[in-house]
Design a binder for this molecule. Structure first.
Ligand code: ADP
Length: 475
């Protein structure tokens, strides 16, 4: 079923409330005017009856009326009764009940088939103990006629009011909701065209509707930015995957040519294997970033010694450092000799609450970069220390360094400063973004300081939980 539009809902509510209010007002006015009219009628009736009594002359034990006396005046009918209640002068309105009691100085109300009457009686004593009853009868119908007029008025006014209330309500609501309609239309158009660079112009909107359009525009801006990022990411990722695939294809095609020596085929297969490994590393990086973006990459944290994790990372890179004739050292605060990996228990542990594997991978990545972008015969120094509430791991090298203009961009996905050197090694520019994500997931931060031509220093800061030897003894 089609839902009623907001415009109509507001209009109906508005008109409904107006009706109820006006209805209540009319009821109140009606009952008040009726009450006032009744009290006016009774006091008028009493006054008329007394005026009539003044017209009666009492003489010699008898009563007498002037010839010009009127038994009907301004809607009041007068009648006179003797001691026995017999009508002796005047008349009663048509349909007035025959059997009624006479009650002096009291207002009574009688009704018959032809109407309702207010009655007021006065007992006039005369002669020797005799009484003449004077009765004034006022037709109540004159009152209800007024009520009828009011009711008829109400019947005319109500539909008129309904038309006015509905029309005015609809027009006002339409006017007030016009900016909302504009917002809806633009949002719909953006949705249909997919053009996220468009914005809602809500010049006429004020207050809440202006806030609504601003919120929509901010949302579109964020969506545009994230779609652009995703588009860039996808295009970079496909580009990165295409390169090794092209190499694999051409190597395979060459190896399949007739007259290719077995040795050449072997070389070709070696290249294919390398490229496959490169692709598989790239895909696992991409998957990790995708999981990180969607919040599905979960870290399993425990208390680990940062020094031990760094030592493991150093040992993993050591063969490669040796290959490139680079001296790789690890220095743990309090470990004594620089470069010596201390034996278990010879230096204070710097405990961090971390995912051991991810943290080790991040440090290994930094050390690998330091070796890769180092110079043959140079050095790479890894230092682990504690500074206040923070555990620090520095990876320094005296390699090629990074120019200032690249420093802020190296955290971007697929960003490589030295594309030739990086590509040769099969690097994709995803290493540092992953390292940054891991560090930040641990509540830490990473900074870089580098001088082009002299070397770089990457520093990881993590929140610390330090257990000294003495603490351990206490435990
Ligand atoms: P890659 O996989 O290309 O190494 P990274 O994200 O790890 O990607 O690094 C991004 C870029 O930062 C690298 O291409 C390189 O140019 C630069 N870089 C990273 N570490 C160092 C370093 N220790 N010395 C010099 N340049 C570095």
């Amino acid at each position: 079923m089609k839902q009623m539009s907001l415009k109509w809902k507001i209009t109906l509510w508005y008109a409904g409330i107006l009706f109820v209010m006006v209805g209540l007002l009319f009821c109140f006015l009606l009952s008040t005017s009726e009450r006032m009219a009744r009290s006016e009628s009774t006091s008028r009736l009493e006054e008329r009856v007394w005026d009539f009594v003044d017209e009666i002359e009492l003489d010699d034990g008898e009563w007498e009326l002037d010839d010009d006396v009127h038994f009907y005046e301004s809607g009041v009918v007068f009648s006179l009764y003797d001691d026995e209640g017999r009508l002796v002068a005047g008349s009663v309105p048509q349909g007035f009940p025959e059997e009624t009691t006479l009650k002096a100085y009291t207002f009574q109300q009688f009704s018959g088939r032809q109407g309702r009457w207010n009655v007021y009686d006065i007992a006039v004593p005369y002669g020797h103990g005799r009484t003449l009853w004077v009765r004034g009868i006022d037709d109540v119908e004159t009152l209800t006629a007024m009520e009828r007029i009011q009711r008829d008025l109400l019947l005319v006014i109500c539909p008129l009011l309904a038309v006015v209330a509905l029309t005015a309500g609809y027009m006002l609501t339409r006017r007030a909701l016009l900016p909302a309609e504009e917002i809806r239309r633009t949002a719909e158009e953006i949705g249909e065209s997919g053009d996220l660079s468009r914005r809602i112009s809500a010049d006429r909107a004020e207050g809440e509707l202006r806030q609504l359009s601003d919120t929509f525009n901010q949302m579109f801006a964020r969506l545009e930015e994230s779609f652009e990022k995703e588009r860039q990411f996808t295009s970079d990722a496909s580009h990165e995957l295409r390169t090794p695939l092209a190499v694999i294809r051409s190597e395979a095609e060459y190896a399949l040519l007739p007259d290719v020596e077995a040795e050449e085929q072997r070389e070709g297969l070696t290249v294919i294997l390398e490229q496959t490994e490169r692709m598989s590393a790239l895909i696992s990086h991409l998957l990790m970033l995708a999981r990180a973006d969607s919040g599905r990459e979960k870290l399993t944290k425990e208390w680990v010694d940062l020094g031990a994790v760094a030592a493991r990372a150093v040992e993993a890179v050591r063969p490669r450092a040796k290959e490139q004739n680079i001296t790789l050292t690890l220095q743990r605060s309090g470990a004594g000799e620089a470069g010596a990996v201390p034996e278990q228990g010879t230096s204070p542990e710097i405990m961090v609450y971390a995912d051991r594997e991810s943290l080790c991978g991040a440090l290994q990545n930094l050390i690998e970069n330091a070796v890769q972008y180092g110079n043959a015969g140079g050095w790479v120094r890894v230092t682990v220390l504690e500074s206040g509430e923070t555990a620090v791991c520095k990876v320094e090298d005296n390699g090629i360094g990074i120019r200032k203009e690249h420093l802020s961009k190296i955290w971007n996905r697929f960003y490589r400063v030295d594309t030739v050197r990086g590509s040769e090694q099969g690097n994709s520019g995803l290493g540092l973004p992953i390292v940054k994500w891991i560090v930040e997931e641990h509540g830490g931060r990473i900074e870089v300081d580098s001088t082009f031509g002299q070397g770089s220093c990457f520093t990881v800061y993590l929140p610390v939980k330090c257990i000294d030897k003495c603490d351990e003894e206490l435990i």
